[in-house]
Design a protein around this ligand. Structure first.
Ligand code: 6PG
Length: 229
């Protein structure tokens, strides 16, 4: 709960600042951890939701009403509660059968809507990430080549054992964001966090290490169990 309160307050302040004179951009992750944060965020008085465009960090190849859908949870906890205007909500269409085309279309949408930095990469104002017990972030999983992709911003990720196919943002767009908030709660995250913060380490074993090269500000919101103290 404490992590969620901190996360909500800090994300709200970042969104408020980013949206003073323009429409700001927010990219959401799925998983269990951010749900409480999204619920609190929906009630943050500082945010004018008519000035925030919503995107997703990743999405599973399931219907938007499915219990595993990242969109479904963001909608239930945040978008519906805060009454975010539908035209500002850009769901990742990972349930389209031609996922490669869906990835290209989402990339084109980001290119069109999100202001780019000097190197042409769209610069999201605020990105919310989690860390998997295995060290993944977004849908960039250990021992998979997706974490190496530098020339795409959105890619299709094939399914694996116990994992449906997905769409995900790639490392370069995550690293280009102005502000990244990483939420990690519970002792099952301890080993993964340890591998992220260790000086030496392999990106392919722990894709969340990509945040060590983030250009903007990365804020880790971690509870004592996850931090190991
Ligand atoms: C997803 C994610 C993913 C998530 C981590 C942590 O769709 O699963 O966006 O990267 O952030 O798996 O998930 P938990 O919060 O459930 O531990």
């Amino acid at each position: 709960m404490h992590v969620a309160r901190q996360a909500s307050a800090r994300i709200a302040e970042s969104l408020r600042k980013a949206s003073v004179s323009r429409v700001a951009t927010l990219a959401l992750s799925g998983g269990n951890t951010p749900r409480e944060t999204y619920h609190l965020l929906a009630h943050e008085p500082a945010i004018d939701w008519t000035k925030i465009c919503i995107y997703w960090v990743d999405e599973r190849a399931v219907a938007p009403t499915d219990d595993r859908s990242n969109y479904r949870w963001a909608k239930a906890t945040l978008l519906d509660v805060a009454r975010v205007p539908v035209e500002l909500v850009h769901r990742m269409p990972a349930d389209r059968p031609e996922r490669e085309g869906a990835a290209r279309d989402y990339e084109a949408l980001l290119r069109e809507k999100v202001p780019a930095g000097r190197d042409g990469t769209p610069t999201l104002d605020v990105v919310v990430l989690g860390v998997g017990d295995d060290g993944h972030t977004a849908s960039l999983f250990p021992a998979e080549a997706t974490v190496d992709i530098r020339d795409r911003w959105v890619v299709a990720v094939p399914g694996a054992a116990q994992r449906e196919p997905r769409l995900t943002l790639t490392a370069p767009i995550l690293q280009a964001a102005e502000k990244v908030f990483v939420l990690a709660v519970g002792s099952n995250k301890r080993v993964a966090l340890d591998r992220v913060f260790r000086e030496e380490g392999d990106l392919h074993a722990t894709p969340a290490r990509l945040l060590r090269s983030a250009r903007g500000k990365t804020t880790w919101l971690v509870d004592e169990a996850a931090a190991g103290r």
